[in-house]
Design a binder for this molecule. Structure first.
Ligand SMILES: Cc1cc2nc3c(=O)[nH]c(=O)nc-3n(C[C@H](O)[C@H](O)[C@H](O)COP(=O)(O)O)c2cc1C
Length: 291
């Protein structure tokens, strides 16, 4: 259509036609940067009273020093606690934790002890007084370095001073298989499980790995791993490529995907191997809660 306009059409006409073809609407500014994590921020006041609030306006802002930001409205109970103590923990949220994350985002610590109400395991952090959430696969212990007033929200800039991870996601070689944790995402008012893996960092430019003997490795679906894929979880179509970063193994027992019956025995076996005292406590608590 644009070509048919030839060289005669004005810029305005071109713009109008292009807009029609692409059928876009233009809205006033709004927060539409998605997906984001809906993390659970835990904190504790000077008397040791702990609390959890959910925050979607959180992000990584620097690698060295490792820094994050969390934007919190001043009216939140957690706001003043964190502003005073200058400490909090970011707990990553999984599918299993989504109910708790939502609850922590709609009820205030002024009215309810969220750890107790949700039967979450309060575990001591190493570098900050704020507790971590035992059921979370990754907890980032943070120390606030600055508070920036932005408008509706105050942005807390913080240095990550310690990271703790759930040992059940470590494989035999000590590699951390975070993608097995069932992390959840928040998109435009809804919570989602993560879907199909589309690639790994740099895959767009990576040469396919050469097989021993000079032949290129074929990119075939990792059938073994996906044999027990639950409904709603699509298969991994990128498997077979060199995995950087996570260093995941070809065949491995999967983690906390509760809807994957075929791998439950594997998960139990791996759990047994971990030395984490919390893993046992968490599973005992889960059993109790399902009764
Ligand atoms: C998914 C979700 C994301 C949220 N993100 C934020 C956020 O980034 N910043 C914020 O101030 N409040 C956010 N909230 C609201 C607070 O979590 C909520 O007001 C909570 O009750 C505050 O807890 P508190 O009063 O115990 O601190 C979010 C709520 C939900 C459900």
């Amino acid at each position: 259509m644009l070509e048919r306009l030839g060289g005669q059409a004005s810029d305005n006409t071109r713009r109008r036609v292009l807009n029609e073809i692409m059928a876009r609407q233009y809205w006033r500014p709004s927060n539409m940067l998605y997906p984001v994590p809906a993390v659970m921020i835990s904190c504790a006041d000077e008397e040791g009273r702990s609390n959890i609030m959910t925050a979607a306006w959180a992000g990584t802002i620097c690698s060295d020093p490792v820094m994050v930001s969390v934007s919190i409205r001043p009216e939140r109970y957690s706001h003043d606690v964190i502003a005073r103590t200058k400490e909090f923990v970011i707990n990553l949220t999984t599918e299993d934790l989504t109910f708790a994350a939502d609850f922590c985002g709609v009820r205030s610590g002024r009215d309810v002890d969220k750890f107790e109400y949700l039967h979450l395991t309060k575990i001591p952090s190493q570098k900050v007084k704020a507790p971590s959430i035992g059921e979370s696969p990754v907890c980032l212990e943070c120390h606030v370095t600055a508070i920036e007033k932005l408008g509706t929200h105050d942005m807390f800039l913080a240095e990550v001073v310690q990271v703790s991870v759930d040992e059940q996601y470590l494989d035999e070689k000590g590699r951390f298989l975070l993608e097995d944790a069932g992390l959840a995402a928040y998109v435009h008012g809804s919570y989602f499980a993560l879907g199909e893996k589309l690639g790994t960092f740099g895959f767009s430019v990576r040469k396919k790995e050469k097989k021993e003997g000079g032949k290129r490795r074929k990119t075939v679906p990792r059938k073994t791993r996906d044999a027990g894929t639950a409904p709603g979880r699509k298969k991994d179509r990128i498997s077979g490529q060199a995995d950087t970063g996570t260093g995941r193994q070809k065949e491995k027992p999967s983690g906390r995907r509760k809807d994957k019956p075929a791998s439950q025995a594997d998960t139990a076996a791996r759990r047994k191997k971990t030395t984490s005292v919390f893993a046992d406590r968490i599973s005992a608590r889960k059993k109790k809660n399902t009764k």
